[in-house]
Design a protein around this ligand. Structure first.
Ligand SMILES: Cc1ncc(COP(=O)(O)O)c(C=O)c1O
Length: 411
């Protein structure tokens, strides 16, 4: 019996609900089910041709062995150069750690920074993996609830009121998964001042940096001054921007002492990212990629269409119009209650289940992101699929208008 005992830290771990849903929906679709998948967290575009070619060339050349843990020198140089020219960030290549996706960059940074019992501040709605990663690293997630009234953003005073002697770091994610919210320069500057004043590390997850719309300025947190840079780990990668989710290639940029520690963590866990994927990423960086702008514009067209369609669906409200990433975070509490047929919907988990089973639309319930009255709708799918998804959502909403909110049955 004892041989089957899981560690305490693993028992505390919640499964990744987005990955569970993704697997279920992909299986349903493979079985021939008619499902519009608005639950996805990855672009539907093909990987950039240059990157694909770079990967193929690496295989042909036999570039298939271990590389240095922190990544091949030309890639680290290219990333440092790109961060400099595109983001105004001043990193040397020995401050770049290439990892197996941005996810590993985040995890490396938490492992390098957090001692048991240290507190790490995140906001809700949060990306599903932040609380679990913090716990895996031995830390304690301190969750700051944000709401539509604050634009789903943390204000400095909200952070200040949660600081303790154990606060070690803040995780920022702009543009955000799941809300699509983008922090402005002034808002980030205020948070940066707080971080400098209290010497907090800031892990800035900038994986959606390229996907901002309506002339919104993306601001890299570490670009806000030399003192801020010294406290910041910039996490980014190729998954979302270059449609490379399956290649598993991301990176972190951090002051040298921290980058070295993160490299050590990675050396003893997974070693370097795939040599082939590194060459693919390098190929995407060495010359301009006009396709990136094409994809961004396509995402924007989808965003505008979906925002407009959602406005006409009773019971669903988009309180904050997203201006980044490829998600909409809609309040669905207007559909909670019991409809004419006596069918209850008591929360977004139930709603998402019914939507999938009755209407053939997959969305992610907000409970996964610490916001149980909402669902996340991804527009990383074609306009036709989105139109069809919105039609289905509309029919579902009409059929599920609550006639009574007070007699909700459980189950
Ligand atoms: C906010 C955020 N950070 C990090 C990641 C992980 O990126 P990668 O696939 O490069 O590990 C994701 C992927 O969904 C994400 O949404």
């Amino acid at each position: 019996m004892t041989a089957k005992r899981l560690s305490e830290r693993t028992r505390q771990l919640l499964p990744s609900s987005t990955q569970v849903l993704d697997a279920k929906v992909k299986e349903l679709i493979a079985q021939g089910a008619d499902v519009v998948n608005l639950g996805i967290g990855e672009p539907d575009f093909d990987t950039l041709p240059d990157a694909r070619e770079g990967g193929v060339t690496a295989i042909r050349e036999g570039f298939t062995r271990y590389t240095a843990t922190a990544g091949i020198a030309p890639l680290r140089q290219a990333i440092a150069g790109w961060l400099g020219t595109q983001r105004g960030l001043d990193y040397r290549s020995d401050e770049i750690v290439v990892s197996n996706g941005a996810k590993q960059g985040l995890f490396n940074s938490l492992m390098a920074l957090v001692d048991p019992g240290d507190e790490v501040i995140i906001q809700a709605p949060y990306w599903v993996s932040y609380p679990e990663m913090i716990k895996l690293a031995g830390g304690v997630p301190v969750i700051i609830e944000t709401c539509a009234e604050t634009g789903f953003k943390m204000k400095p005073e909200m952070v200040a009121s949660r600081l303790t002697s154990r606060t070690r770091a803040i995780i920022l994610n702009s543009p955000s998964n799941p809300t699509g919210v983008v922090y402005g320069r002034e808002e980030l500057t205020e948070l940066a001042q707080l971080a400098v004043e209290h010497q907090l590390a800031v892990i800035s997850d900038e994986i959606y940096d390229h996907l901002v719309y309506e002339d919104i300025e993306f601001v890299a947190f570490a670009s806000l001054g030399p003192q801020v840079r010294e406290l910041t780990v910039t996490v980014n990668g190729f998954s979302k921007t270059c449609a490379m989710t399956g290649w598993r290639i991301g990176y972190a940029a951090a002051p040298r002492w921290l980058a070295a520690a993160m490299t050590d963590v990675q050396a003893h866990t997974t070693s370097a990212a795939s040599s082939i994927s590194q060459r693919a990423a390098l190929a995407a960086l060495v010359r301009p990629q006009p396709l990136l702008e094409k994809m961004r514009l396509e995402f924007d067209a989808r965003r505008r269409m979906t925002v407009a369609r959602l406005a006409g669906i009773p019971g669903i409200s988009l309180e904050v119009v997203p201006r980044g990433a490829f998600y909409l975070f809609a309040n669905v509490a207007g559909l909670f209650g019991v409809n004419e047929d006596g069918q209850p919907i008591e929360n977004s988990d139930r709603l998402a289940r019914l939507l999938l089973e009755e209407a053939g639309v997959a969305v992610v319930p907000g409970s996964a992101f610490g916001a149980p009255n909402h669902v996340r709708i991804s527009y990383a799918t074609s306009l036709e699929q989105l139109e069809s998804g919105m039609d289905r959502l509309l029919r579902f909403a009409h059929a599920h208008q609550p006639v009574s909110a007070s007699t909700i049955r459980s189950g």
